[in-house]
Design a protein around this ligand. Structure first.
Ligand SMILES: C[S@@+](CC[C@H](N)C(=O)[O-])C[C@H]1O[C@@H](n2cnc3c(N)ncnc32)[C@H](O)[C@@H]1O
Length: 278
């Protein structure tokens, strides 16, 4: 049990005595939306694989670079699928440095993230967090709160950042991405990162351990299995790469010299006026 009083951002109906993956992620990122129980579970995972916090930060740096990139191309509406808790440099904060009037819809199926989001986004009518499974594309694409903020007749950015590993079935993951690609207007962007074991040689922990149970909920995909998510779109330079290789900013970037340690590939692709082949 946590001993401190419940903070204002933690709505009354969310349990604080079980670890939450979303709050563990917040802890890895150095955020303060987590509790003792989350920190303990996160430290167990770190003991197995010490790179975890830096992997998450490398993904978050990729998020920042790709969102800035899309905003600089003129995109002012973002659909963030599997968004987590909107803290530690989230999409609406990043994009508004470039597009002050931007609209952002966050979607996550974990009620904890939505409960934590509500107070953080309160008073900002151009952002909203929706509790929904991203596989339910029809429900999301027709949701009144989504339609009130996003105009699918205009270019949009759709984000799948470190989320597709949780859709274990390959065909279902592909089907999910395809549904949103179809809904995007020409000139829209897909921003995608995906967990991989790549060439790291890392073995997953035994499934009868607590860390192993978490790992069994993730499908690490190979480069070739991630490529098809971009079908029908045109990949922007430098294509699908290890995250630190996507528009690096300098030698101080995390894993600049060892990009494979980020254990994720990512890319940005644009929907052409005429569907691309492949
Ligand atoms: C590792 S976090 C990534 C957060 C953020 N996208 C980022 O890159 O920083 C993955 C998030 O995806 C959510 N998620 C996983 N599967 C989902 C699904 N099928 N529908 C909606 N959200 C999902 C989890 O609840 C979690 O908050």
């Amino acid at each position: 049990m946590h001993s401190r009083p419940r903070p204002a951002w933690a709505a009354a109906d969310i349990p604080l005595n079980r670890p939450s993956l979303a709050r563990m992620y917040d802890y890895y990122l150095g955020g303060n939306h987590n509790f003792e129980v989350d920190r303990r579970a996160a430290e167990e995972a770190i003991a197995f694989y010490p790179d975890i916090p830096n992997m998450m930060r490398a993904n978050r740096a990729f998020l920042r670079r790709t969102v800035e990139y899309a905003a600089r191309q003129g995109i002012d509406q973002f659909l963030d699928l599997g968004s987590g808790i909107p803290t530690v440099g989230h999409v609406h904060e990043i994009v508004r440095r470039v597009q002050p009037g931007a609209r952002v819809v966050y979607v996550d199926f974990d009620p904890i993230t939505i409960a934590h989001s509500a107070p953080l986004l309160a008073g900002d009518p151009r952002t909203v967090a929706i509790e929904e499974d991203i596989r339910n594309s029809a429900a999301i694409l027709t949701h009144p709160e989504v339609r009130a903020r996003l105009d699918f007749a205009r270019p949009i950015a759709v984000l799948f950042l470190l989320v597709l590993h949780s859709i274990l079935d390959d065909a279902e993951a592909l089907r999910t991405v395809r549904a949103y690609k179809q809904a995007m207007a020409p000139g829209s962007y897909l921003l995608l990162s995906h967990a991989t074991l790549g060439d790291t040689g890392l073995e997953l922990p035994p499934p009868d351990t607590s860390v192993g149970r978490l790992a069994s909920l993730m499908h690490f995909r190979s480069y070739d299995a991630i490529t098809p998510y971009f079908e029908g779109l045109t990949l922007e330079e430098p294509g699908l790469v290890a995250l630190p290789r996507w528009h690096p900013e300098g030698l101080d970037d995390l894993f600049y010299d060892e990009p494979d340690r980020a254990m994720a590939f990512g890319g940005v692709a644009k929907k052409p006026a005429v569907p691309a082949r492949g």
